[in-house]
Design a protein around this ligand. Structure first.
Ligand code: GCO
Ligand code: MG
Length: 402
């Protein structure tokens, strides 16, 4: 059996996506997601110029060998562009293997460990009242886990609080916009939001919060302590994690659970965080961390240290990553939760998919493979457009973590 062609498709049905479609002489094709928000064309070029020519004629069933061929063979290991490109190919190959076996992907991984996948939604508002109303609406729609974000008094814009009725943070500026950040105001305000969310939603709803890397370890420890009375499911990315040992300070000071990892692309980015049990949830995901083959290794390492998965599932990962993630979530023994940010209607039609949401949970469907495809002729109607998320500056002009 041979790989006969690999198409690299870049489209923008609401936001930009990079898709690899691997074709074989056995009839079955597979689809993988290589989207890296704001750097999409770098992954597309990496795939077209450096990966596709090396794979034509190879046996698509040799997933492990192809993974190492692309990883070790490149000599230049890791990095978000390389690992997103490897993930796109890896997920497409798992899709092909599961289709050839006539099984949904979760069966090939080892079968179901659970019946359905708990997901969390994004609740937000310009102020606390709006955020609480939004969370109540999500609860009515069935969600049992809700991430709460709200505007901070004195700051014109805040991460996770979209404007103009959009339901996600928009990557829509042709050049990055610049927002102002003030840690003191943020630390003062967030506990007030969670006091209201906990009293408004009751004790059962899981509450989450994303700090988006903006605090120092000591500030993160302060926030974690202030949030303890509201029993969060997790506090996400409380500080930048390049320095993994820095999380010891946060860990020692607070019992609020910690989730880190949406910017990770390799097991080496989280090895210490996991092995020292400095976090509770690892957010590395299939699309950015080398596909199913590598994410399986991260999940197994995490299992040894009581760390559970909590896949990043923002809409800048395509429905292909969502489909593959839900199969993985249904199987992986140490599953925690899955982020769910519904895609736009245009994205959903360009990527027909078998997964479904009901009653606060998702299921990947029973279609052979990962159950997500791309409609190429429809995708061609949504050409790439350059789009960036904003950056952050302190009020004195210093560039800060975004
Ligand atoms: C999340 C994330 C995202 C990121 C985005 C960057 O928790 O969902 O923080 O919303 O900001 O994926 O491209
Ligand atoms: Mg996040």
């Amino acid at each position: 059996m041979k790989i006969t062609a690999i198409k690299v498709i870049v489209c923008s049905p609401g936001r930009n996506f990079v898709t690899a479609k691997v074709e074989t002489d056995a009839g079955a094709h597979g689809v993988g997601d290589g989207t890296l928000n704001g750097r999409e064309l770098a992954v597309a070029a990496y795939l077209r110029d450096h990966v596709v020519p090396c794979l034509i004629g190879r046996d698509p069933r040799r997933i492990e060998d192809i993974w190492h061929y692309l990883y070790r063979g490149a000599y230049w290991r890791r990095g978000p562009v390389t690992m997103a490109a490897i993930a796109a190919i890896d997920v497409a190959l798992w899709d092909i293997k599961a289709k050839l076996a006539g099984m949904p992907l979760y069966q090939l991984l080892g079968g179901r460990s659970r019946d359905r996948v708990l997901v969390y939604a994004h609740g937000h508002g310009a102020d606390i009242d709006e955020a609480v109303d939004d969370a109540l609406r999500l609860r009515e729609r069935g969600y049992r886990a809700i991430r709460g974000q709200c505007g901070i008094p004195g700051l014109a814009r805040t991460y996770g609080v979209p404007v103009d009725g959009k339901d996600y943070e928009p990557a829509d500026a042709p050049l990055p916009a610049e927002h102002a950040w003030n840690t003191g105001r943020y630390l003062e305000h967030v506990p007030k939001l969670f006091e209201r969310l906990r009293s408004g939603l009751g004790p059962e709803v899981a509450l989450l919060h994303d700090v988006h890397h903006r605090l120092t370890p000591n500030e993160a420890a302060q926030l974690g302590r202030a949030l303890e009375p509201f029993r969060l499911f997790w506090m996400e990315d409380p500080a930048p994690a390049e320095n993994q040992a820095a999380f010891r300070r946060i860990r020692e000071m607070t019992t609020t659970p910690i989730a880190v990892g949406e910017v990770f692309n390799s097991i080496h980015d989280c090895h210490q965080l996991i092995a020292e049990q400095l976090i509770d949830y690892v957010r590395a995901n299939i699309g950015h961390s080398g596909g199913i083959t590598h994410m399986r290794r991260i999940a197994h390492l995490a299992e040894l240290h009581h760390v559970r998965t909590g896949f990043h599932g923002a809409t800048d990962l395509s429905p292909v990553t969502m489909g593959a993630a839900l199969h993985f979530d249904l199987w992986v023994p140490n599953f925690g939760i899955q982020e769910h940010m519904p895609h736009s209607a245009e994205t959903d039609v360009v990527f027909p998919h078998a997964y479904r949401f009901a009653d606060g949970y998702m299921t990947p469907g029973e279609a052979p493979g990962h159950g997500v495809d791309i409609d190429e002729s429809l995708a061609a109607k949504f050409p790439y457009r350059r789009a960036y998320l904003p950056v952050n500056r302190l009020e004195d002009g210093t560039l800060w973590h975004w």
